[in-house]
Design a protein around this ligand. Structure first.
Ligand code: NAG
Length: 234
């Protein structure tokens, strides 16, 4: 909207600052579409992710890409440290077993109370998907590969299953229990995960007694494998 002329320089300057702030906010940082639950995810800000993110991929590793309605999540695969888990995940893609599957569980990081209990616990800070969501889940007894820890951005196979999850915070308590087969290495992928973990969930008891936060509307994905663009001069 154009401003009427004839204002003093002072007020014009103030308006420019205000307008700049609005444009900056809209363009970059203010994820208003995430809604009020954003407040619970302070730990997932772009800034905090950039501080903890893995270094950029350097090994020419293949990527497993999940395309969702919020954008792509690119996972750098780690065949050197987790050969069996990577081979299994790739087989799910190439055999098209992942077709029509979804992310179905989203656990925020902030303090939470499970229904029917009265103690506060930290959220599990993860987004989970796999063949369960399309009725093809299977028992897969791969031995755990422990060369990579469950750091923020690491993607882990749930031992004995065809399900996997993204660590939205570091989970040292799970090191040695799950094979980390890949990692998120770019901010756009991270922001897709932030969108998913902000979606509404309902609580559901797992047979183990764990209360799960299941997405009210699971987020379907398509998968593909992609080799990185060769680095110039290499
Ligand atoms: C994983 O975590 C353990 C315990 O904190 C540490 O000793 C080990 O060096 C870590 N491994 C890697 C590959 O960073």
């Amino acid at each position: 909207m154009m401003m009427a002329g004839g204002r003093t320089e002072d007020s014009g300057g103030w308006q420019r600052v205000f307008l700049l702030a609005v444009v900056f906010c809209t363009a970059r940082f203010c994820h208003a579409e995430i809604g009020s639950r954003e407040d619970a995810f302070v730990g997932y800000s772009e800034k905090s992710y950039k501080k903890t993110v893995f270094p950029a991929p350097r090994h020419g590793n293949e990527f497993l890409i999940f395309s969702t309605r919020f954008g792509d999540i690119r996972v750098e695969l780690l065949p050197e440290s987790s050969p069996n888990a990577v081979k299994y995940m790739k087989s799910l893609v190439t055999q098209r077993l992942m077709d029509g599957c979804s992310f179905y569980r989203a656990e925020p990081a902030g303090p939470t109370i499970d229904e029917g209990r009265d103690s506060i616990r930290p959220g599990y800070a993860l987004v989970q998907g796999g063949l369960y969501s399309c009725g093809r889940q299977e028992t897969k007894n791969l031995h755990v590969e422990t060369a990579v820890n469950n750091t923020k951005g690491a993607v882990s196979l749930i031992t004995g299953t065809s399900e996997f999850f993204f660590n939205l915070e570091a989970h040292p308590e799970w090191d040695g229990s799950f094979s980390v087969f890949g990692k998120v290495v770019d901010i756009d992928s991270w922001n897709v995960l932030r969108r998913i973990v902000a979606l509404p969930t309902r609580q559901e008891a797992h047979s183990s007694g764990t209360i799960l936060r299941m997405l009210q509307s699971p987020v379907p994905f398509k998968t593909r494998l992609e080799l990185p663009t060769p680095i110039q001069g290499s």
